[in-house]
Design a protein around this ligand. Sequence first.
Ligand code: DGT
Ligand code: CA
Ligand code: CA
Length: 618
Amino acid sequence: MPIHNADIAEVFGDVADLLEIQGGNPFRVRAYRNAARSVGEYGQNLRTMVAQGADLKAIPAIGDDLALKIREIVTTGSCALLASLRAQVPSAITALLRVPGLGPKRVRTLYELLRVQSLEDLQRAAAAGRVRKLPGFGTRTEAHLLANLAARLDKSRRFLFVEARQRAEPLLAWLAASPGVARVEVAGSLRRLLDTVGDIDILATAREPSAVTRRFVGYEDVVEALAQGPTRASVVLRGGLQVDLRVVEPESLGAALVYFTGSKAHNVALRRLGQEHGLKINEYGVFRSDTRIAGETEESVYASVGLRWIPPELREDQGEIDAARGAALPALIARDDLRGDLHAHTVASDGRASLFDMAHAARERGLSYLAITDHSKRLAMAHGLDAARLAAQIDLNAQLTGITLLKGIEVDILEDGGLDLPDAILARLDLVVGAIHSHFDLPRERQTARILRAMDHPCFSLLAHPSGRLIESREPCDFDMLRVVRKAKERGCFLELNAQPERLDLIDTACRMAKDHGVLVSIDSDAHSVAELDNLRYGVNQARRGWLGKADVLNTRSLAKLRALLARTMRTPTRETSESQWPGSNEPCGTRVQQQPAALQIRAALGRTRYTRLESSQ
Ligand code: DGT
Ligand code: CA
Ligand code: CA
């Protein structure tokens, strides 16, 4: 079976997981993780590159050893290292890593101390109260695990949009190349650009339908044909994703597309509207008595009940039908509307490309500004940022044409809502991106208070990946989104829609809440490599699901307008400002920064009252 980039990425990811479970060298683990990511996002087909003898080391994060591994996987279809790791660690154990709340370290503890090897083992152990006694676990973690496991064991797996899209594209091309095929269209959640996809739905029209279903089950990636008939078939692809194909009559294509695009809730609402018009709407067409009055195109189906065509992203029965009747559908944002990106990393923190390379790549992608927002975590860097790095950014701006770099930071929001860097540094930046990277499981009241307090900081510009969720692997934090949106409105700051495919955070409904409150959303790549700048389009997908138009998005603004908006979020901290002010924040930074780590400084500077307020609000 031919190997795709995604397969190689999966092998490297599995190697990293297994090495980490075994307590392997963290650098080696990281090398495999980076390689997995890099290969997964690489634009060219590695199988072809190997066949052509191309230099695999041109791929970011791939050195000699990993290049050999890629060659091995492509030519033999397997990886000896992975096989030997698997022989040492029970295979079901990797499934444990996908349980929210379990990382390699905890999985290792579970395996070593309780011999837990599968989801079922874990459920038994947790139900018997044995998990809470392990080091690093507790009653609360155990309860979380039980809840997550129950959800996981009865719900079939969902796939990231990006993976489903990657698997679907070559399959669609394969079907489109079938003799006698006229149209091939994707439907279902994939067409609605949902962040996760349960299965792929495809519709086709063809002269000879059974020839298409035959060709479909013969696709190179099919591992199992679940059903095959003259007009429909279902298969499972390598990787476990199911695909349903239906071949329909051309005069029904529009009706079938509406039906199989869904969502179910949208269809139900549409059918009800049809009934009010004395019409029957199904996957074959729109009928009055037994006469077909529409169905060849989607437009004709919607028009039959007095509606404009509704973009698939909006078909969730969330008011889109009323909007389509009143000509009030939003003009949705498109990728080309974005003029810049306000969240990106470089080698100065955990990014993999230089400042220069990121700037060039952003310009190549049609962006006119890019905010460099490396992490605050390594405190030594705070000083680097202060001097060398800011200087480098300014120098680079002088050399660059066609793109402007903005000085930013991704600063950790500490457990108490303080920011992980001294105010004096923050106040010198163009924007401050605040993010939660720890204490994801605070109780709702405390989590909300923590975020609100961070946003109250006079230099706070943008709340990055607000919920902290990682799709299928970390649950969102529990906090009051409405209060956060209102705070953003009050402070004039912004919410991010992080475009990493496993984040897509804000979720669609939160985007809409922001829009309804007049809070601008920033669609950011959070790129850690040049290739990840292309994540922006996944963010745009999600924004469209959230009803956002060009005007609702911060980074559709020109640089001048953006600067003006950002400047308003950067108030010079002074002791006098009330509520949102930190004690001690108007100290000049110079000498103090050198004396002690920033976090200590901030903690020392924090007033006792604030702690009291946070605790008492619980
Ligand atoms: P997924 O696959 O879970 O990500 O979500 P969908 O929306 O792709 O759902 P799927 O694959 O089960 O079905 C595709 C579309 O077909 C769905 O969005 C609406 C339509 N559909 C499926 N079953 C029914 C049904 O029982 N009633 C109606 N009205 N529509 C259905
Ligand atoms: Ca589906
Ligand atoms: Ca389906």
